[in-house]
Design a protein around this ligand. Sequence first.
Ligand SMILES: Cc1cc2nc3c(=O)[nH]c(=O)nc-3n(C[C@H](O)[C@H](O)[C@H](O)COP(=O)(O)O)c2cc1C
Length: 406
Amino acid sequence: MKAYGMDLSVNFCGIRFEHPFLLSAAPPTDDLDMVRRAFDAGWAGAVLKTTSVEGTPVPLKYPMISSTDLGPQRVASLGNIDLISEHHIDVVERRVEALKREYPDHVVAASIMGSRQEDWQTLVQRLEAAGADFIECSFSCPQGSMGERPGAMLAQSLAATERVAGWVKAAARRCPVVIKITPQVTDIVEVAQAVQRGGADAICASNTIPSLPGFDVATRTPSPGLDGKSTYSGLSGPAIKPITLRTIAEIARAVPLPITGTGGPTTWKDAVEFLLVGARTVQFATAVMHHGFDLVEDLVDGLAFFMEDAGIEHVSDLVGAALPRLRGHEDLPGDLRARSEVTEALCVRCDLCHVACRDGGHGAIQVDSDRLPRIDEERCVGCGLCVRVCPTGALHLKVERCAQPS
Ligand SMILES: Cc1cc2nc3c(=O)[nH]c(=O)nc-3n(C[C@H](O)[C@H](O)[C@H](O)COP(=O)(O)O)c2cc1C
């Protein structure tokens, strides 16, 4: 796809993607016709929803989805108590075959989960034979991985991560093996290193985050309520993007495996952020479940326009480009003097900066009789809170280098 004449293609584990955007393993990839429509809409690839060997029980429970809103914004996050696909390998094999036959230039990946060595290895071999381009292993289902301690995810055990990654890799002949991990661990780098020791080809970082989306306080019913009861949900969508960025960055700085990013992107800018911290491709689920497959047009156009405008020739030039800017707190400059400044023409006199600074900052913003904010230069330390709460962009920080460290 050449949007604005730009070549947006990327290489992930030797596989060419027309652009870096693909669907992650989730409901949008759990139906053959839906994936066909997604490919027709312009998605470069899809990871089919996680499958298992025939006979594996998949006791889905409904309703399974909840959400949190933030003021007028619906779906600041989704919560789900979904499991893997109810469609077993026999169905998914046929889907992979059909998709590769009909869309040979699109990337078709299969996601797998097993409980025994023989299951993991059978799944890889059959999906490889069906024509899958890569195999993603779900080590991070928030409802627990089969065969592990109930409720625990496989990727929460370093030993299990290394062992099972090794089983899958040993069985794969042609397909790159990608391990999908969870950010819900103490040290994400240790997990990524275990994936590497297991011999896998790449990491998918990361997944939903275990959560409790909320309650109806009148009835004490947790959400989603099933006859008044619920369980912990996997949180996805915009609310988790900052956690995903941190997860990808930490892995990219420490482990040389390629990364495909998942967890929170909605816009092309989000996707560029994923690339900047080290992802080579970006997967989408919640944004598509909210806005539909046509979202990909905005992603492709936005990325192409951004690259053309910035004079960036290849998507790969963006990958990891922001990592050198991430430092330990001790390495950050201590000689900057920042102060807030007001652009009066933009101020709507809402008082939010005054209240935030008074009760959460340094009491450095007074309001005049005409309710315009006035910055007390002596009290302002340049923390940046007022800039963040201003709804109109009327405040900004002026930053100077000073002789004496503050
Ligand atoms: C309803 C639902 C079902 C999901 N099922 C799977 C699954 O079967 N296997 C898997 O690896 N990830 C599954 N995921 C996780 C997504 O692939 C994705 O990693 C996660 O939602 C974070 O990305 P997002 O913020 O773009 O949604 C599911 C997500 C949702 C919302």
